[in-house]
Design a protein around this ligand. Structure first.
Ligand SMILES: Nc1ncnc2c1ncn2[C@@H]1O[C@H](COP(=O)(O)OP(=O)(O)OP(=O)(O)O)[C@@H](O)[C@H]1O
Ligand SMILES: [Mg+2]
Length: 296
């Protein structure tokens, strides 16, 4: 038994925010999946702010900041760090997040480079080293299963490549067989909800808690009725609606990451007791409000 309370599993990214002129030849206001050379070129010329990211990392990080005395861990791939960027491994060490199964990889780490220009946000995403996760899982299958089966809660978020969902489903299925009491929460995000495969569906089906926003629920088209659905004016959970007064738009500084922090609130309560689902959604909404108002 590893004895951890909550372990995050998900792609690790560096999130860049830049206000440079848009490079020529790219459509504005949309998301482009790009190669390492395009990212290196952007990093070479741009003036930017860079932070650590990845949905599950944001959630585990937000939990660590709450200082609740929980034992936290992470499973993922840490790639090569570009110049002037922070190290996710150093951050995990600083926050006491166990990283024995954060695999080191020579490829450029995952990058999400966002360019704000004339009110449009254009995203350049690069999965990078995260695409090697399937291979790392294959090479360390039994150890990762034993590690996760020793945790009380496992929080899963998406990977962008085609191979990871199948390997991850095999791992999670083995974890449930080894320890049926290990609970899985999953925040699939837009990419998994909009591009479902039988492996992604398998992960969603295996999850005890499925976190969705309205758009994601619509994309799943009613297939997963156990979802917890987040709205600006409240949360749908277990057949009830927990209302809140929405913040007015002028109080919202940045909406990115509010959903990840909601997950942190939910997991903090579930780690205190599996019966604390409603309290978890309330705490999630409260932490999301703080995040929405936060100036970075
Ligand atoms: N106007 C608002 N006032 C208060 N809370 C809000 C408002 N709008 C959204 N929220 C809360 O913020 C959270 C947003 O979660 P959601 O899953 O929709 O985010 P997301 O767009 O997926 O973000 P990310 O994945 O980047 O974290 C929810 O908990 C929701 O209740
Ligand atoms: Mg989200």
């Amino acid at each position: 038994m590893t004895g951890l309370d909550v372990v995050g599993v998900g792609a690790l990214n560096l999130d860049y925010l830049s206000r440079i002129r848009m490079p020529r030849g790219w459509e504005h206001g949309v998301e482009h999946s790009v190669d390492a050379a395009t990212i290196e070129a952007l990093l070479g010329q741009a003036d930017y702010r860079v932070t650590l990211g990845g949905s599950a990392f944001n959630t585990i990080h937000a939990m660590a900041l709450e200082d609740a005395g929980l034992r936290l861990g992470y499973v993922g791939v840490a790639g090569r760090i570009p110049l002037r960027a922070p190290s996710v491994v150093d951050a995990m060490d600083a926050y006491g997040i166990d990283r024995r199964f954060v695999f080191a990889d020579e490829r450029l780490g995952g990058v999400c480079f966002s360019v704000m220009h004339d009110g449009d946000r254009t995203l350049f995403t690069h999965a990078g080293a995260n695409t090697a996760f399937a291979d790392h899982l294959d090479a360390h299958f039994d150890e990762v299963v034993a590690y996760l089966a020793g945790a009380r809660l496992i929080h899963v978020t998406s990977f962008l490549d085609d191979r990871t969902p199948g390997r991850l489903l095999a791992v999670l299925t083995a974890v449930k067989a080894a320890n049926p009491r290990a609970l899985i929460s999953c925040d699939p995000g837009h990419v998994w909800c909009a591009n479902r495969t039988s492996d992604i569906d398998g992960i969603l089906r295996l999850s005890d808690y499925l976190l969705l926003n309205r758009r994601e629920r619509q994309e799943l088209a009613g297939s997963f009725p156990h979802g917890i659905v987040k709205h600006p004016h409240g949360t749908e959970v277990a057949g009830t609606f927990l209302p809140q007064v929405p913040l007015p738009p002028e109080e919202i500084v940045d909406a990115t990451g509010a959903g990840d922090v909601f997950a942190a609130g939910l997991l903090l309560e579930l780690a205190a007791g599996p019966g604390r689902l409603i309290a978890g959604c309330e705490r999630g909404m409260s932490l999301a409000r703080q995040e929405l108002r936060r100036t970075r």
